[in-house]
Ligand binder design. Sequence first.
Ligand code: ASP
Length: 299
Amino acid sequence: MRPSIIVHGGAGTIPPEMLEAHRQGTLRAVEAGWQVLVEGGSALDAVEQAIVIMEDDETFDAGRGSFLNAEGQVELDAGFMDGSRLLVGAVAAVQFIKNPIRLARAVMEKSDHVLLVAQGAIRFAQKMGFPLCELTDLAVPREFERWLRLLYERAYPAQPAMAQVTGTVGCVALDRNGHIAAGTSTGGTPNKMPGRVGDVPMVGSGFYADDEYGGTSCTGWGESIAKVNLARLALHYLQQTGDPQVATQAAIQVLADKVNGLGGIILLTPDGRPGWHYNTPHMAYAYRTAGMDCAIAVV
Ligand code: ASP
């Protein structure tokens, strides 16, 4: 089996001055994940590695750089899946964790559960030896300013609701043993209600992996993505059509038609062919498959 990897850095509207940072960030992530795979590492390690790089890159709405919620806090969601054993781990509304994708993986590998939230997830993190960080390790000045702007706009009648923004991160990888893993990590949407959880930690909506069917990671308006189980839906179309581009396109069509949704998907087939599709102005994504000399990144 030949390795393959695809990552995304969010679907939405990326401001012109941030396009290059999204391109570079996804490129760095995909090349790091690729390195893990060519050295014989597992798809799980490649996904974790690629996502940690984007969580640490404040360009993205995941880990450092995440949007703040309505109370000025950062609440993070992440989901992880091992397609060889159908193991799932996810965390939702967690604070003070630098790399929630690592915590999601720990839930998958070291607990009997698939999803831990809020205080319980933080207590589990401490038990697992994860250091807790400060709010200022996650919230950058750009996002404090956005938060203040939104407060002001609400006080002095309102701009229309937040323009579409972006920056959730995700990855799907296939390793030499034919195993697929998928993960997604996000700070959610700007100014979200405290406790709001989107599609990202919901298995089948924000992420899915099954060695037999392929793997997916999603991004976009979480409330719409969750309603159609977008990640699993794309794999259903892949089973029907065998074509990764047709499958992602069909799933996004359902998202748009049924719930007026907005979003994007990345996908790998069980033999490592990549697919992607989105109905937002932009989606940052990058991929590398066997036979390519370097990764391609597109915004
Ligand atoms: N899907 C994420 C959420 O709703 C946001 C995004 O992908 O930009 O939390």
